[in-house]
Design a protein around this ligand. Structure first.
Ligand code: HEC
Length: 197
């Protein structure tokens, strides 16, 4: 091989390798066991049994593990909890409104990892982390709490409705970009019980 052919081969190899990593990073549905979650960066399968105890047997988590659908989206009782969990675990790096700070913004339509436009991808990133300062959060949040945080992140979205992959057609029609100032009463009805602490 001459020098140029070698360079081309190297570039092709790189492109192929990164295509493989991206393919691996996409969550794939397993045959029987519902959704398989994979590390956003390495593609390694995540064990959802690992980490903070509890929050694995709620109807919301069971449905999510089975179908990948997050039932907490737009549920006010879960948004109330998600807002508070996001404030403690995420906003220090991602900003109060997920507008971006040390970590990237999570309220627009740009994603470093496009898998995060699916709730299964976002769950994998929270559970298993990504690069650098974005460590795994499965030690301080249960899967149920992660679904509440996800509902809140989706609620904070201010980008165009057509790019909100996580919304169905009906939700897209009803979509209004997030505006500050909304409050949720402690006793608002829904699937999520008030947080204990
Ligand atoms: C210590 C700082 C820090 C904390 C705390 C933190 N993050 Fe991150 N986060 C980052 C950094 C830095 C990145 C960029 C990493 C990368 O690109 O791989 C990131 C990346 C991400 C991404 C990928 C965004 C994209 O564009 O694809 C998501 C999603 C995310 N964080 C969600 C969260 C959530 C949810 C929480 C709270 C449970 C959280 N992060 C807590 C620093 C943090």
């Amino acid at each position: 091989m001459n020098r140029q052919t070698k360079r081309l081969a190297a570039i092709l190899g790189l492109a192929l390798a990164s295509a493989c990593v991206t393919a691996l990073a996409q969550p794939a549905a397993g045959p029987q066991s519902g959704t398989v979650f994979r590390n956003t960066v390495t593609g390694e399968v995540l064990d959802t049994a690992e980490g903070k105890a509890g929050g694995r047997d709620t109807p919301g988590v069971k449905a999510f593990f089975e179908s990948g659908k997050n039932l907490y989206i737009d549920d006010k009782s879960c948004l109330r909890n998600g807002e508070s969990l996001f404030a403690t675990s995420c906003s220090g790096c991602h900003g109060h409104l997920a507008e971006g700070k040390l970590g990237p913004g999570l309220n627009d339509n740009y994603w470093t990892y496009p898998a995060n436009t699916e709730d299964t991808g976002l769950f994998s990133t929270i559970f298993g982390g990504a690069n650098g300062m974005m460590g795994p959060h499965n030690e301080n949040l249960t899967p149920d709490e992660m679904l509440q945080v996800i509902a809140w992140i989706r609620h904070l979205y201010t980008g165009p409705a057509q790019d909100a992959v996580w919304l169905n057609a009906e939700q897209k029609k009803a979509y209004k970009p997030f505006k500050e100032g909304e409050t949720f009463p402690q006793d608002v009805k829904g699937q999520c019980k008030p947080l204990e602490n």
